[in-house]
Design a protein around this ligand. Structure first.
Ligand code: TXA
Ligand code: MG
Length: 324
């Protein structure tokens, strides 16, 4: 049976919360991307996430909670982590901290730390409140493919592998959360850039915040951002200006709607050029271009120096374009 896409009615939310409490899987909207959620303290339920996504067991899951008090039941917080949670939760910031015993090994890939965040999306929060359990949830896509920002994207990839998708429309942020490793509060490190920027975090903490190392250490990886190739369409993607003449069969993705041009091989990431708009549209447009039957896709380079969301967007586009 293909997955059902549920409208967010009160009775559907109650039903889906019960599915989660009983160890089932539910794809849910968050403010960043859709997540494939399961009871985080139920190892069997979490194992089903890996199976549905085709995700390797050495890639740990993010656990979603309602608030700091719930998070403190799962991890050892330090004062810096507490301050960050109070300031940036609910929101797109994931904190990596030493885990407590109750968190099953499958969630952390056997490691001593757990990644936690309180999502801001009202439907994710309603599910958390109704289910009364922490929810492990990676992005709700097949492993390595583009993250989903609409319920239909989830069904496209996982429609024959899961039963339930909660429809919350398009995700308002559009790229995954910032992951900050705070296991050593003296040396905070960004493992994956996101909407909460390194500069914002450094300013708030009053200390430098390290960037992700380029290569994953052998064995368990620190973050998916560590995989050179991730978030990738099946059609070869090249970061290259689509403005000039493109060979036949090569589609162009522009940062901004190009004036006076149209055609089924032309796509754009924003109407006006704002980075927030680019972030909201990036995965939807990559998916559309991937389905367009093109031989190759050229995507316009993002302004790296622009600050704010630019670092996260640049990171995702670079990885989407990396060769296997
Ligand atoms: O915005 C988001 O973070 C979305 C929504 C659904 O919350 N989730 C998401 O999950 O992007 P996922 O699994 O696609 O990426 C999370 C990554 C994992 O691949 C993993 O490498 C990293 O977070 N991670 C999880 N636990 C970790 C840990 N204990 N230490 C280091 N990295 C960890
Ligand atoms: Mg993912």
């Amino acid at each position: 049976m293909p997955a059902r896409i549920h409208a967010p009615t009160p009775s559907n939310l109650r039903r889906l919360a019960a599915v989660l409490r009983h160890g089932g899987l539910v794809a849910m909207p968050t403010e960043t991307v859709y997540g494939l959620a399961a009871h985080a303290l139920d190892a069997r339920a979490c194992r089903a996430i890996f199976k549905a996504k085709g995700r390797p067991a050495n890639d740990p899951l993010i656990v979603h909670v309602l608030n700091l008090a719930h998070a403190e039941q799962l991890a050892e917080f330090n004062p810096a982590a507490r301050r960050l949670a109070r300031r940036f939760w609910p929101g797109p910031l994931t904190l990596v901290l030493p885990k407590k015993n109750c968190v099953p090994d499958i969630v952390t890939s056997g490691g001593p730390t757990v990644a936690l965040r309180a999502p801001a999306h009202p439907l994710a929060r309603r599910l958390l409140r109704l289910a009364k359990i922490p929810l492990a949830a990676p992005s709700a896509n097949l492993f390595g493919y583009i993250s989903p920002t609409e319920a239909g994207h989830v069904a496209d990839g996982l429609g024959r592998r899961i039963q339930h998708v909660l429809d919350g429309g398009a995700c308002p942020v559009g790229v995954e959360s910032t992951i900050l490793d705070l296991t050593d509060p003296a040396q905070p490190r960004i493992l994956r850039p996101g909407a909460v920027t390194a500069a914002t975090l450094a300013k708030f903490l009053g200390r430098p915040v390290g960037a992700a190392p380029r290569q994953a250490a052998a064995g368990r990886q620190r973050a998916p951002g560590m995989l050179a190739r991730h978030y990738s369409p099946r059609t070869p993607l090249v970061v290259r200006s689509p403005r000039g003449r493109r060979p036949d069969g090569v589609a162009g993705i522009f940062l901004r709607k190009p004036a006076g041009r149209a055609g089924r091989d032309i796509y754009w990431l924003s109407e006006r050029g704002s980075l927030a708009e680019v972030a909201r549209n990036l995965y939807r447009v990559l998916r559309a271009a991937d389905r367009g039957g093109h031989r190759r896709i050229w995507i316009e380079a993002l302004p790296v120096a622009a600050g704010g969301l630019a670092a996260a967007l640049h990171d995702r586009v670079k990885r989407a374009a990396a060769k296997a």
